[in-house]
Design a protein around this ligand. Structure first.
Ligand SMILES: Cc1cc2nc3c(=O)[nH]c(=O)nc-3n(C[C@H](O)[C@H](O)[C@H](O)COP(=O)(O)O)c2cc1C
Length: 189
């Protein structure tokens, strides 16, 4: 196989606002979430959780959490921004919320548990992209909102939202984006 055929050298995210949100197959969802939890995890502590948000729950979270918190924090918000905030999750067919849920451990640092939850996000993203879906890893403002964290089952002050993995369908192939200059970020010791 030539280097240019490698999936990881070609994968690209698709903006949530460009996704089509018709349903995705249950079989594919099962593959994606199983790939998501198959990550390096020092001490096998499983310091993360995935919440699957699909169907009517996308609308419920949009209205009861995102929109209501947005209005509380932005009482003067324009009707355009209210429209955007009222449909954040509904841009996707399914949203997978990933929580970093570190535990106390005598030897394994918290940092490594946080890194492992980033690996969950990346595996979910890559696996769904490998199946041909439009996928994007987003945090946006509501990842840093305590009502959202508790709604997803997280413990404020301990757990954090690593991201929302938006999964939908492509309407077109994404264009390549600017990539780092290898010479600036990679060197030999
Ligand atoms: C932790 C994390 C949070 C992100 N949050 C946002 C966000 O809130 N808004 C945004 O426009 N992009 C965000 N991005 C970037 C998008 O995922 C973007 O689509 C991505 O950088 C495209 O890269 P790719 O084509 O290599 O997958 C975030 C990325 C990461 C890793």
């Amino acid at each position: 196989m030539s280097i240019s055929d490698n999936f990881f050298l070609k994968r690209r995210s698709v903006l949530a606002k460009k996704m089509k949100n018709h349903p995705i197959s249950e079989d594919d969802l099962e593959i994606i979430i199983n790939a998501g939890i198959r990550v390096p995890d020092h001490g096998a502590l499983n310091p993360w959780k995935i919440k699957i948000i699909k169907g009517n729950k996308l609308k419920v979270v949009d209205e009861e959490v995102i929109l209501s918190e947005f209005k509380k924090e932005n009482p003067e918000a324009s009707s355009e921004s209210i429209e955007i905030e009222s449909k954040r999750l509904q841009r996707a067919s399914i949203v997978l919320a990933v929580l970093s849920t570190p535990v106390e451990h005598p030897r394994i640092p918290n940092w490594e548990m946080v890194l492992s939850s980033g690996a969950v996000c990346m595996n979910l993203l890559s696996c769904a992209q490998s199946l041909g879906y439009a996928v994007q890893w987003l945090t946006e403002w509501y990842s840093y909102n305590d009502k959202m964290l508790t709604y997803l089952g997280g413990r404020p002050g301990i757990d954090r939202i690593s991201g929302f993995i938006y999964i939908g369908h492509k309407s077109e192939e994404p264009l390549e984006r600017r990539r780092p200059d290898p010479k600036k970020v990679i060197s030999y010791l």
